[in-house]
Design a protein around this ligand. Structure first.
Ligand code: ADP
Length: 336
C-alpha cells in the first residue's frame, strides 16, 4: 500500500514539476517578447533578471538606470530618453522583498507632444501678426479722409489677408499629406520640361529684382510624377532664391541624369545659409532670418512642403550652402 502511495506521489510530483516547467517557459517567452522592458532586483537591489527589451533600451546605461530607479520616480530621464516606470514588489524564496520594474520608453510620445505644442504656438503666432496689422490699419482707416493714404492702408490690409490665406492653404496642404490622403496623381513626364516651364513663369518676377535666371536643361528625363506637385517643388525653391538673393543676382537651374535619378539643380549667388541652420530649413516654420522672411511674405512652410512632396515620389532634396557665396538645392527623383 505504501509502495503504491509512493508511486502515485512520484507520478503527481513529476506531473506538477513538468507543469511548473511549462508555465516557467511560457512566462520566460512572454517576458522576452514583450516590447516593454522588465527588470527584477532582489532585496539587496541586485539585478536578478533583465529581459531583452530592457537590455536593448538601456544598453550601456543600465548601471545609471538602476541608480535612478532607486529614487522611486515614475518618470526617468536618461541620455536624451524618457522612460515611464511602474514597480511591483515580489517575495523571493527567503521571504524577502524584491522589486519588478516595467519600463516603457515614452521618448517618441513626449517628442511628438512637444512638436504638437510648438506647432500650435507657431500657427497662432503666424496668424496673430497679420491679424494685429489688419486691425490697427482698419481702425486708423476710420479716421482718414485722404484718398491716397486710404488706398495705401487698404493695400496693406489686402497684403496681410493674402499672407493669411497663403498660410492657411499651406497648412491644409500639409495636413492632407500628413493624413496620408492620396492627393497625388502620378503619370509619366519629362522633369526637364516641367523645370523649364517654371523658369519661364518666374522670369518676370526675377526681372523685377534685376536678377537673371539661367536655365540649362537636358531633355528626356522621364519620371513617374504628379506634374503639378513637382512644379510646386521647383517653384518653391526658385521663388525662395528670387526672394533671398540680392538685386542683380544670378539663379541657375539645370537638369541632368545621375545614376537612377533625374536631378534638378537650383543654385544662386545669394547670401547663403549658415551651416548650423542647414539641417533645420526643411522643418515647419523654420526660418534663418525670421524678421526678414516674414517681411518678404514667407510662411516658413515652403521647403517643408517641397520635402514632403519629394518624399512621396521616393526622391530626396539635398542642399549645400556657403555664407556670402550662395546656395545650391538638388532635387532627385527616380527615373522611370
Ligand atoms: P519661407 O517661407 O520663410 O521662405 P521656406 O521653408 O521656403 O520658408 O524656407 C526656409 C528658410 O530657408 C527661409 O526662411 C530662408 O531663411 C532660408 N532659405 C531658403 N532658400 C534660400 C536661399 N536660396 N538663400 C538663402 N536662404 C534661403
Amino acid at each position: 500500500e505504501l509502495a503504491q502511495a509512493f508511486i502515485v506521489m512520484t507520478k503527481n510530483l513529476k506531473s506538477n514539476i513538468s507543469n511548473l516547467q511549462i508555465e516557467k517557459t511560457k512566462i520566460e517567452k512572454i517576458l522576452e517578447n514583450m516590447s516593454d522592458g522588465v527588470v527584477a532586483l532582489n532585496s539587496q537591489n541586485q539585478l536578478i533578471h533583465i529581459n531583452s527589451s530592457a537590455k536593448k533600451m538601456l544598453g550601456e546605461s543600465i548601471a545609471k538606470f538602476l541608480e535612478e530607479i532607486s529614487k522611486n520616480d515614475d518618470i526617468i530621464q536618461l541620455d536624451n530618453k524618457t522612460y515611464q516606470v511602474t514597480q511591483t514588489p515580489f517575495e523571493d524564496l527567503d521571504g524577502r522583498q524584491g522589486k519588478i520594474y516595467i519600463i516603457h520608453d515614452i521618448t517618441e510620445q513626449i517628442n511628438l507632444d512637444k512638436m504638437r505644442k510648438a506647432f500650435v504656438a507657431n500657427v497662432s503666432h503666424e496668424l496673430r501678426t497679420p491679424i494685429t496689422t489688419i486691425k490697427s490699419y482698419s481702425e486708423t482707416l476710420l479716421d482718414i479722409d485722404d484718398d491716397e493714404t486710404k488706398k495705401q492702408f487698404l493695400e496693406v490690409v489686402i497684403k496681410e489677408c493674402d499672407r493669411m490665406t497663403r498660410l492657411v492653404s499651406d497648412l491644409l496642404y500639409l495636413s492632407k499629406i500628413d493624413a496620408g490622403e492620396s492627393i497625388f496623381e502620378f503619370s509619366q513626364h519629362d522633369i526637364s520640361l516641367i523645370a523649364k516651364g517654371v523658369c519661364q513663369k518666374l522670369i518676370f518676377q526675377a526681372k523685377k529684382k534685376n536678377q537673371k535666371i539661367e536655365c540649362n536643361i537636358t531633355e528626356g528625363l522621364m519620371c513617374l510624377v504628379d506634374k503639378d506637385k513637382i512644379e510646386q517643388v521647383i517653384t518653391n525653391i526658385v521663388s525662395n532664391a528670387i526672394l533671398y538673393v540680392q538685386e542683380g543676382g544670378v539663379i541657375k537651374l539645370s537638369t541632368y541624369k545621375q545614376d537612377k535619378y533625374a536631378c534638378i539643380e537650383i543654385s544662386d549667388n545669394g547670401p547663403g545659409i549658415p551651416e548650423e541652420d542647414l539641417p533645420k530649413i526643411f522643418e515647419r516654420f523654420y526660418r534663418v532670418d525670421k524678421a526678414r522672411s516674414r517681411n518678404l511674405g514667407g510662411s516658413g512652410l515652403g521647403l517643408s512642403i517641397a520635402m514632403e512632396i519629394v518624399k512621396a515620389h521616393n526622391g530626396h532634396i539635398e542642399v549645400e550652402s556657403s555664407v556670402g557665396k550662395g546656395t545650391k538645392f538638388t532635387v532627385k527623383i527616380p527615373l522611370s
